[in-house]
Write a protein that binds this ligand. Sequence first.
Ligand SMILES: Nc1nc2c(ncn2[C@@H]2O[C@H](COP(=O)(O)OP(=O)(O)OP(=O)(O)O)[C@@H](O)[C@H]2O)c(=O)[nH]1
Ligand SMILES: [Mg+2]
Length: 228
Amino acid sequence: MTKIKVVIPANNEEQSIGLVVRDIPKDIVSEVVVVNNASTDNTVAVAREAGATVLDEPIPGYGRACLKGISYLSEPGKQPDILVFLDGDYSDYPEELSDVVAPILNDGVDMVIGSRALGKREGGSMTFPQVFGNWLATNLIRLFYRVRFTDLGPFRAIRFDKLLEINMVDKTYGWTVEMQVKAARHKLKTAEVPVNYKRRIGVSKVSGTIKGTFLAGYKIIWTIFKYL
Ligand SMILES: Nc1nc2c(ncn2[C@@H]2O[C@H](COP(=O)(O)OP(=O)(O)OP(=O)(O)O)[C@@H](O)[C@H]2O)c(=O)[nH]1
Ligand SMILES: [Mg+2]
């Protein structure tokens, strides 16, 4: 059977992380790895209670947390066939994981982006700068890399061997876009599936803050040009 594992970066998500882990379809997922990223709340205990493997990454950074998960899963015997990324704030619907991995399982695709632009979004779940930023970034990628995406969403799946091949390095907000432009450069076969999106539980760290919005926007555009 195809081995599927999940990595969830989590920074102070005690209210939501248990729900996220609980809703992941356990019949197809063999390990859920929560990377606790500099939390000062009960994220670790709640994630553990929900049955996740919990790693600790004390330095903040979305990409850094994801890299920690990858390096743990690179250990002998731990490698999955497919790795799924998901946020810890319960904005995504973890039960849609089966839809997100389906193109890899059935159609020989290497990487799947769960697109919130193609799915249903609850009012207020994404800010205007976020919607606009994703539109701009995906259009720049289409223009310069000739690959069509509609979102830089956090819910995504990739074959683990391809993930290691593209050699991810971004330690912060450029993580999602780096994966997409590198997938284009390495000519991975990519696809999108619609995913739904709801308002997060708990406190926003990126798009709900002015600092996060600017830093993320800047880093995303910079990353698109960096790999040209
Ligand atoms: N911003 C940020 N998020 C982190 C970090 N480490 C882990 N995360 C997790 O990354 C996910 C995304 O962060 P969010 O605050 O939800 O960012 P967002 O989805 O752009 O914005 P909102 O959901 O509106 O807050 C959450 O699961 C965070 O807990 C970090 O250092 N910075
Ligand atoms: Mg969020």
